[in-house]
Write a protein that binds this ligand. Structure first.
Ligand SMILES: *Cc1c(COP(=O)(O)O)cnc(C)c1O
Length: 429
C-alpha cells in the first residue's frame, strides 16, 4: 500500500496555509484619507511646483530615505521602471555593455536594452546565487559601463569585491534589491551598497502597495536624473535649464498618492515581517537538519538574509530520486497558500533557465526585426555561465512556506512532509 500522497496516500496537510495578509486597517485608513482629499495624484509633467509629486509621494520619499539612511529615495510605479530610470541616469550610450546576472527576474537584465545598451551575462556564485566577482572581471571590456548586481532571494551581493572592481574600471553599480529588503552586509542595508539601489513593492514582495518601486542613492545628480526620467523629462528639461540631455527621453513612471499612502504604512511593518521570516527559517532548519540530502542555504559572512524564498540544495545522487519527482511528492503532501491558490503549492524547482536562453537574447531580437543593439561579439550561447546552468538544471528547491502568519503548527506540517517523503523515497523510484 502507498503511503505518499503523490501515490494516493493521505496528505500531511489538508487545509490551505494562512494568507500573507499584510494589508490591514492602517492601510485602509490611509487610503480612505487620500480618497477623501480628492487628490489621487498631484504630479505635473512640466517644470512647476508639483513636478515632484503630491504630499503622500513626498512624505514617503522622505521616510524611506530616513529609514535606509540615504540622501535620496525616489518612488515609481514598479521596480522595473526603477531599473529603467537607473539605467538612463548613469548615462548608458548605445552599444555600451552592462554586466548582468542570468539568475534573476528578467527586468534586472533587460533594463540596459531600453537605452540600446547590451547586457553581458556573468556567472553566479555556487553558494549564494549572486554575481561572481571573478567572472564579472573576466567579462569587462572597454565598452563596459555598469554592473547590475542582484541581492537574489534575499542575499546581499559581494559588495566589497564587486564595488572594488567597479572602482578599478570606473563602472556604476546598480543594485537590484527587489528581493532583499533589510538584508544586511557588514551592518549596512542591502539596497544601499551600490551607486543606485532599487526596491520593489509588487504584490509578491516583502511589503507591497499593489505595484510600486523605489530608487535610492546618495548622489544628487543621479537622483535628479532619475526624477526627470520618471516624469516626462523631455517636456521639463528646457524650462528647468537641464544641459545634460543624455537619456532625457522621459516616461510616466509616477506612483499615485494611494500607493504612496499604503507604502508609508507598509514601511512601518517591514522590520517585523523580515524578522518573522528569519524566525520561521530558523525553526524549519533546526528541524530539517537531519535530512542529509538537503543542504540549507548558506549565508555570506557578515550578512543577514531576508528570505524572499528559502532555497535548499537537493542531492540527487544521494537519494536516487530525480529532483522533480521529489518536489512533486512534496507538493502532493502540502497545500497552497490562501489567496494564492492558483499558484499551487509554493515549493518548486526554482529558476529553471538562465535568462540568456530566453528568445530575446538567444535570437538577438529586441528592436524590430533586426539584431540591434546586440553586437556580433556578444555571446548568449549555452555554456557561458556553467554554474548558473548547473543550478538551474539540477540542484535547487525553492519554497515560500516560511512566510509570516505561518504558525508553529503550520511549520510543523511542512517539516512533517519533508520527513515523510524522505522516509519513503523508495516509493518514488
Ligand atoms: C520582482 C522583481 C523585479 C521587478 O519588480 P516589479 O516591481 O514587479 O517591476 C525586479 N528584480 C527582481 C530581482 C525582482 O524579484
Amino acid at each position: 500500500m502507498s503511503i505518499l500522497a503523490v501515490n494516493g496516500g493521505e496528505k500531511v496537510r489538508k487545509e490551505l496555509f494562512p494568507a500573507y495578509r499584510v494589508i490591514g486597517q492602517e492601510e485602509q485608513q490611509a487610503v480612505a484619507k487620500v480618497l477623501e482629499s480628492g487628490i489621487l495624484s498631484k504630479y505635473l509633467g512640466c517644470w512647476a511646483e508639483d513636478f515632484y509629486g503630491g504630499p503622500q509621494v513626498q512624505a514617503l520619499e522622505q521616510e524611506w530615505a530616513k529609514f535606509y539612511g540615504v540622501k535620496h529615495a525616489i518612488s515609481v510605479n514598479s521596480a522595473t521602471s526603477a531599473l529603467y530610470c537607473a539605467a538612463g541616469a548613469v548615462g548608458l550610450e548605445p552599444g555600451d555593455e552592462v554586466i548582468v546576472s542570468p539568475y534573476t527576474m528578467c527586468a534586472s537584465a533587460t533594463a540596459p536594452l531600453i537605452y540600446n545598451a547590451v547586457p553581458v551575462f556573468a556567472d553566479i556564485e555556487y553558494d549564494y546565487y549572486c554575481l561572481d566577482p571573478e567572472d564579472i572581471e573576466r567579462k569587462i571590456t572597454d565598452k563596459t559601463k555598469a554592473i547590475v548586481v542582484v541581492d537574489i532571494l534575499g542575499q546581499p551581493y559581494d559588495a566589497d569585491k564587486i564595488n572594488e572592481i567597479a572602482r578599478k574600471y570606473g563602472l556604476y553599480v546598480i543594485e537590484d534589491n527587489a528581493q532583499g529588503p533589510l538584508a544586511t552586509y557588514q551592518g549596512k542595508y542591502a539596497g544601499t551598497l551600490g551607486d543606485i539601489g532599487v526596491f520593489s513593492l509588487n504584490y509578491h514582495k516583502h511589503i507591497h502597495c499593489g505595484e510600486g518601486g523605489i530608487m535610492v542613492t546618495d548622489d544628487d545628480e543621479l537622483a535628479e536624473r532619475m526624477r526627470l526620467i520618471r516624469n516626462h523629462a523631455e517636456a521639463v528639461v528646457e524650462n528647468k535649464g537641464v544641459t545634460n540631455l543624455n537619456n532625457m527621453i522621459g516616461f510616466n513612471f509616477r506612483m499615485t498618492e494611494i500607493e504612496a499612502a499604503i507604502t508609508r504604512e507598509q514601511l512601518k511593518k517591514l522590520k517585523w515581517l523580515v524578522e518573522e521570516r528569519r524566525r520561521n527559517v530558523c525553526y524549519l532548519e533546526e528541524n530539517l537538519k537531519d535530512i542529509s540530502f538537503l543542504a540549507m542555504p548558506k549565508i555570506r559572512e557578515g550578512c543577514e538574509h531576508s528570505y524572499y524564498v528559502h532555497a535548499m540544495k537537493y542531492d540527487e545522487k544521494q537519494t536516487g530520486v530525480p529532483r522533480q519527482r521529489f518536489v512533486e511528492a512534496m507538493q502532493a503532501e502540502l497545500m497552497p497558500i490562501e489567496l494564492r491558490e492558483a499558484e499551487g503549492v509554493k515549493i518548486s524547482l526554482g529558476y529553471l533557465k538562465p535568462l540568456y536562453t530566453q528568445p530575446l537574447f538567444a535570437r538577438k531580437r529586441a528592436y524590430g526585426n533586426t539584431a540591434y543593439p546586440f553586437s556580433e561579439s556578444v555571446n548568449y550561447d549555452l555554456g557561458i555561465c556553467p554554474t548558473c546552468e548547473r543550478i538551474c538544471n539540477s540542484e535547487t528547491i525553492f519554497h515560500e512556506l516560511m512566510r509570516p502568519f505561518m504558525t508553529r503548527e503550520d511549520l510543523d506540517d511542512v517539516i512533517l512532509a519533508f520527513h515523510k517523503v524522505a522516509e519513503h523515497l523508495d516509493e518514488l523510484k
